[in-house]
Design a protein around this ligand. Structure first.
Ligand code: C2E
Ligand code: CA
Ligand code: CA
Length: 927
């Protein structure tokens, strides 16, 4: 570019930029601290308009603030800026005036045009039209008057100047919104050219309007001169200012690692200008003009945009002065207007080449700076990383060589931590044995681009030779300037997971083993059993599961303390382990429950032998602190069959163990299928009974109790029946124990009592008002308390006379009765209800014990009554009980009378009442 503009306008410009640096942001910038008044602007400063640049405006909150601010009046009038711009403009105008042509009467160069455009571009948006452009209008008018133009012409030129600034500046801002950085790239250059040209064109209509009516050819020639002259002048001034602004901003940011040396600048610049002076002072026929191009290329290549712009300004000035003085390559071109255009075009072209080249070089330099900064950042990141970290070379000959090791890695490697101990070593030295191939293979893959990241658990070894398990992550960094080298490198990060791995292993062991004995727990046992079952078809051998439970272990705990109990368990565990073969599993699955799983037992016979052997081994006394503790255990055993799993086998062995305990402890029992069936039946019965209670599948039958003397019915006993939907009427013997065990009897018993009481009116109608109703009560009905309330409730609900109610309690239950229960029974009796002892004689209680209980009636058990005919001793028992009861004023009923013979004998010994098939079976009441 370069132009025929003169230098002085440019001299002030570096100070313009420095001033701009000091100038606060213009009012309306949201980021400026409110405490800094706009007036603080350096008096000579031209405000730096960063408006189009402001990335802050991208932030919505700030944008909102900016909007709010924009509505406010600007803080004061920008006197300083206006004065400075005016002064610079006038100076540039005067310089232009020096190069005024005789005809047509316009200046040869007009640097004021570039200043005008900058004035627009660098003024804060809200002041452009309110302050800057009116000021420009006044100044341009004055400048033109000074050059000798008439008032009208001056006004026209001033308007043309304003139009130039507005149109050119507007286009420039549109094309290169990042004003300070504009001369950093091709887009900035384009904006510069387009803005300059558009501004120049925009001014022409006014000139035409002014001159054309009087002198059309003159006007056209002025325009022919006008546009290139304005364009070149504008472009060269703006290029100079903007390039230097960008340059100084960069200097302030302090990122000039690749700064040019002053010496080089001085030499190249002097050389280039010397060539120019030589060319410009030569005569036209010397034809040295071509030398300016290579010199400009040299400047653009070596010195960057700011100095290239400076060069263009100075060289342009020299060229203009020389050409005006009639020297230089174009001295002979005439007329002078044509010469003006030619010389300015020539300088513009060479300048443009130089600037374009310098911008290209500048971009490369900035990219290099950025890359360096990235390298620095990477190094800093690595430096601070808490994870051990290194950069390894990927180059062919030195692959795996540590180029950089961060402090964390140095610390990890050696505790004395002397810095730099790792740089220069190869990573192979850090690897545990056998890991070399794998890791080097990973680096090869990275180097060859087969993978970008490699991750693996790799054993490493510290300097002291300690082996550590590390998670290593290696990643490709690429070619980087790191730690002074520029080779291809990869990062490696290490996470030492040794402790975590150990902890995981310990936790895994804890999760699967018993803490006390260290034996496998139930989870691991089931796994092992399932595994053994799965392996059985191949080995052709069955799997035996033995369930061992210590006998009376609670006694050891209770009498000797838990520590002693633990000792016994640990000893038993070790005895078990000794007793089996290595492949067998011994597990502890509960307090004193152990399970042995032997996959190699050939059959039932061998299994039984094994159980006996284990029992012998375990059941030896343990001596503990001088005391001898006897050890006894029961073993239940089962064998895997097709379709059985670990859960089945454990359940079966447990059942068999229970059987062994029942059989008298200290023995072994084999699980048998019938046993299994029984258990299964019990489970089924249980479920059915629950449903039966829910669905009320029960009925009550009644059996008469008669006075032996008269045969008259004096009472009836209510007896429960289960009307099973499939199996018909079921007697209590088949299900009452299961119901009791399932906890169903409290509910069922209460129902029976209420149902029996409900029927009393019908019974009384059949047999008379004196008849009582006997109802059976089981132990579980009494256990939980509140029985008296249940009875009272039944009496109230049914209207049953209490003195006609008898509740039967089985003798064996009464033996376990405690004081609180005696009180409960007293309360029942307090209601007026009588109590009977059922099945008397089977529970080994003595009659004297009965005196302590609130009893009204005794029912002699059927077994004695039935045996009376043949067995003298049974007869004696019956006679004794009858006599005793009479002496204690208790009622007596003999149960199970089936023959007249028995009935006669009972009468003979004075028994007043009896019950049995002889008088009637339990049956539903007749309708
Ligand atoms: P239990 O209280 O001893 O009832 C008498 C049992 O002897 C009844 O059997 C009855 O049918 C039977 N029996 C009566 N006379 C004769 C006879 O001459 N010869 C023979 N061989 N047996 C005779 P059942 O009805 O099978 O009842 C069995 C047991 O079920 C009852 O024995 C009782 O303990 C219990 N039970 C019945 N109903 C209930 C009830 O509602 N609640 C409770 N808790 N237990 C009940
Ligand atoms: Ca009974
Ligand atoms: Ca009975």
């Amino acid at each position: 570019m370069g132009g025929a503009s003169s230098g002085p306008g440019g001299q002030g410009v570096p100070s313009v930029d420095e001033g701009a640096a000091r100038a606060p942001r213009p009012p309306g910038r949201p980021v400026r601290p409110a405490s800094v008044p706009a007036r603080r602007a350096a008096p000579t400063a031209i405000p730096l308009d960063r408006e189009p640049h402001a990335p802050a405006a991208e932030v919505p909150a700030l944008r909102r603030a900016a909007k709010a601010d924009a509505g406010r009046p600007p803080v004061g009038f920008p006197w300083a800026a206006t004065a400075t711009w005016s002064a610079v403009y006038l100076l540039a105008g005067v310089l232009g005036g020096i190069t005024r042509l005789p005809s047509p009467p316009v200046a040869f160069v007009w640097p004021a045009a570039g200043v005008a455009l900058l004035w627009f571009v660098l003024t804060p948006r809200e002041q452009r039209y309110r302050v800057a452009m009116p000021a420009l209008l006044v100044m341009a008018f004055l400048a033109n008057v000074t050059t000798g133009a008439s008032a009208v012409t001056s006004l026209a030129f001033a308007l043309a100047n304003v139009a130039h600034a507005v149109v050119g500046g507007g286009l420039f801002l549109r094309l290169a919104p990042h004003t300070p950085d504009s001369l950093r790239d091709a887009r900035g250059l384009l904006a510069l050219g387009a803005g300059s040209l558009a501004g120049s064109v925009a001014g022409t209509p006014l000139i035409l309007a002014l001159i054309a009516p009087n002198d059309l050819p003159g006007a056209l020639s002025i325009i022919g001169l006008w546009i290139p002259r304005f364009t070149a002048s504008t472009a060269v001034v703006m290029a100079f200012v903007l390039a230097w602004r960008a340059h100084l901003a960069e200097r302030r940011a302090g990122v000039l690692r690749h700064a040019r040396s002053r010496g080089e600048i001085a030499v190249v610049l002097s050389f280039a200008l010397a060539v120019h002076v030589m060319v410009d002072s030569a005569r036209p026929d010397d034809a040295f003009a071509f030398l300016t191009l290579p010199v400009t290329v040299l400047v653009g290549w070596r010195l960057g945009p700011a100095w290239t712009a400076t060069y263009g300004l100075v060289a342009g000035a020299v060229g203009v002065v020389a050409t005006l003085g009639g020297a230089g390559p174009f001295a002979e071109v005439s007329p002078v207007t044509t010469r003006t255009v030619v010389v300015q075009a020539f300088i513009a072209v060479t300048g443009l080449v130089g600037l374009a080249l310098s911008l290209e070089v500048e971009q490369r330099r900035l990219a290099l700076e950025a890359s360096d900064r990235r390298g620095d950042a990477l190094e800093r990141t690595l430096q601070r990383a808490v994870v051990p970290n290194a950069l390894l070379s990927l180059e062919e000959g030195s692959r795996g060589t540590i180029r950089y090791a961060n402090p964390a890695l140095e610390r990890w490697w050696s505790d004395d931590g002397d810095d730099g101990a790792l740089a220069g070593r190869t990573w192979a030295e850090l690897l545990g044995p056998d890991e070399h191939e794998r890791f080097v293979g990973a680096l090869d893959d990275l180097a060859a681009g087969r993978t970008e990241v490699w991750e693996g658990e790799v054993a490493h070894r510290t300097r002291s030779g300690e082996d550590r398990v590390c998670l290593a992550v290696a990643g490709l960094v690429g070619r980087e300037h790191v730690a002074g080298s520029a080779e291809r490198v990869a990062t490696v990060q290490l996470v030492d997971v040794t402790d975590r791995t150990a902890l995981e292993e310990r936790l895994a062991h804890q999760a699967l083993h018993d803490q006390l004995t260290g034996l496998p727990n139930r989870t691991l046992l089931q796994e092992r059993i399932d595994h053994a079952i799965a392996a059985a078809p191949r080995s052709g051998r069955a799997v035996a599961v033995l369930f061992l439970d210590l006998d009376h272990f609670k006694r050891v705990n209770d009498s000797l303390g838990h520590a002693a109990g633990d000792t016994v368990l640990v000893e038993v565990a070790s005895r078990l382990v000794e007793a089996v073969r290595p492949g067998d599993t011994v597990a502890r699955i509960g307090g004193d429950e152990f399970v042995v799983c032997c996959p190699l037992v050939e059959g039932r016979h061998v299994g039984a032998e094994l159980a006996t052997r284990i029992l012998r081994q375990v059941c030896r006394p343990i001596t503990l602190e001088g005391r001898t503790i006897p050890v006894s255990a029961s073993i239940g055993m089962t064998l895997a069959r097709p379709g059985t799993d670990a859960g089945d086998l454990l359940r079966e062995a447990d059942t068999a163990m229970y059987e062994a305990k029942l059989g008298g402890r200290g023995r072994t029992a084999f699980f048998s299928d019938p046993l299994f069936d029984r258990v299964r039946l019990d489970l089924q019965l249980d479920a059915e009974l629950r449903r039966a209670v829910d669905e009320q599948q029960f009925v009550v039958h009644f059996q008469p109790i008669v006075e032996l003397g008269t045969g008259r019915v004096c009472a009836v006993e209510a007896l429960l029946r289960w009307a099973h939907p499939a199996r018909g009427l079921l007697l209590p013997g088949e299900w009452i124990d299961a119901a009791e065990a399932a906890g169903l009897l409290p509910e069922l018993g209460e129902w029976a009592i209420t149902e029996a009481f409900e029927q009393w009116p019908r019974i009384a109608r059949a047999h008379g008002e004196h008849v009582s109703v006997n109802v059976n009560v089981s132990a579980s009905q009494l256990r939980d308390g509140g029985f008296a309330a249940v009875v009272e409730h039944a009496l109230q609900r049914t209207g049953m006379p209490p003195d006609r109610a008898v509740l039967e309690l089985t003798e064996s239950h009464l033996l376990t009765i405690r004081d609180s229960l005696v009180e409960e029974l007293e309360r029942v009796r307090g209601l007026g209800v009588r109590l009977a002892v059922d099945d008397f004689g089977t529970g080994y209680s003595s009659l004297t014990q009965l005196t302590a209980l609130p009893i009204d009636e005794v029912k002699i058990d059927r077994s004695f009554v039935a045996a009376m005919a043949d067995d003298a001793r049974s007869r004696a028992v019956v006679e004794g009980v009858v006599a005793m009861a009479r002496a204690m004023s208790l009622a007596v009923v003999a149960e199970g009378v089936e023959t007249p013979e028995i009935a006669r004998r009972l009468s003979a010994c004075g028994c007043p009442t009896a019950q049995g098939y002889l008088w009637g079976r339990p049956a539903p009441l007749e309708p």
